[in-house]
Design a protein around this ligand. Structure first.
Ligand code: SF4
Length: 365
């Protein structure tokens, strides 16, 4: 049984009705619960809970401090390549976009690694588009061997692999992965992915299962907010994280909460996810899953990131470039999307310290 089977057993029409029918009494009961159920999580994501953001934020903060202290992990993404065979309508790397396609040589990977390591970071996230011929598993493994000289831990955010592929990455020293499902609603997923292997919804959905089976230490999941109704997508994301935490108790589970950003191609999302919606989502997630990591990327603007720090976030990016080779060469090709917070690692660390939080540069000891 995988998460695909779990999700198939959920009646999404009932989820929509439960979200619409939840009352403030349901929300207050969920807030008081020591072990919130799926029904409590739904109540916390409902429109009724939008009127209870203050107590939700207080509860989320209290749970975060209890389980994680005041430590925030810092990481930065390293784009190895922007080749991609997919046609995701919301992405700057879409195969039909006329952008400068590049893949870093191992020498260039080392140059980028030196720039990042000089900031003090010891954990990085490697990214590629989906282009198995150029950004092959062997290429990623070769990059990992170069990067191992500079970093204590490596994660990937790449196309879904089979279990043997994840085992090969693990052998090369990569032991964390994030797989954004983008959209959990299968009917909404297909038109947003009109061509390429990413149309295989199920193969993508089950990728974290395969990484866990291969022995990965950390997995992350997330929906790209703005592509479909955010409340039901948030619910499915929470279910996915909860399923992984129960099915693989030794694996550290993280949830990312990205909102869609402007990108080459100019895709305009039909669903708006406001700042208050994001606050509600993060607080609900923290209350439902007190032990899950929550990642907030540089898609969000500085002031908002500073405020969300206290709510439940445990990991943030800093010193981000979404261009391939952007750090060592200073080139700024259009990246995968526009970022909103371009603060350096030192600036982010100073902000954490000013709020009484400790920046952590290594993913684990
Ligand atoms: S979201 Fe990923 S798979 Fe889709 S076009 Fe962009 S890089 Fe390719």
């Amino acid at each position: 049984m995988s998460f695909y089977d779990v999700l198939k057993s959920v009646d999404m029409a009932s989820v929509a009705s439960a979200l619409a029918a939840a009352t403030e009494a349901d929300v207050l009961r969920a807030l008081a619960s020591e072990r919130p159920t799926r029904a409590d999580f739904l109540a916390l994501l409902s429109p009724a809970a939008a009127r209870q953001l203050e107590p939700m934020a207080r509860r989320a903060h209290e749970l975060t401090v209890r389980h994680f202290g005041r430590a925030i992990n810092l990481f930065t993404p390293l784009y190895l390549a922007n080749h991609c065979v997919n046609r995701c309508v919301y992405c700057g790397f879409n195969t039909h976009h006329d952008i400068n396609r590049r893949q870093l040589t191992l020498e260039e990977v080392e140059a980028e690694a030196r720039c990042i390591a000089a900031t003090g970071l010891r954990h990085i996230l490697l990214l590629t588009g989906e282009a198995p011929r150029t950004s092959s598993v062997e290429y990623m493994a070769d990059c990992a061997r170069v990067l191992a000289k500079y970093f204590a831990s490596l994660s990937v955010e790449v196309y879904p692999l089979d279990e043997a592929g994840y085992a090969r990455l693990l052998e090369a020293g990569i032991d964390g992965m994030t797989m954004f499902q983008e959209v959990y609603d299968e009917a909404a997923y297909l038109p947003l992915h009109p061509g390429g292997p990413k149309r295989d919804y199920r193969f993508r959905l089950e990728a974290p299962d395969r990484a866990c089976a291969a022995g990965f230490r950390q997995v992350g999941v997330g929906a790209l907010l703005g592509l479909h109704d955010w409340r039901s997508e948030a619910f499915c994301t929470g279910l996915h994280a909860d399923y992984l935490q129960s099915a693989y108790p030794s694996v550290e589970v993280n949830v990312s909460v990205p909102r869609i950003r402007p990108q080459t191609g100019g895709f305009q999302p039909k669903v708006e996810v406001g700042d208050r919606d994001l606050v509600q989502y993060i607080a609900a997630l923290r209350i439902f899953m007190p032990r899950a990591g929550i990642t907030l990327s540089s898609r969000e603007r500085p002031g908002l990131r500073d405020n969300l720090l206290r709510l439940g976030v445990t990991r943030m990016s800093a010193g981000v470039s979404t261009s391939v080779g952007g750090r060592a060469t200073g080139q700024s090709d259009p990246g995968q999307f526009e970022i909103s917070d371009d603060r350096s690692v030192a600036e982010m660390a100073a902000m954490f310290q000013s709020q009484g939080y400790q920046p952590v540069y290594k993913d684990w000891q």
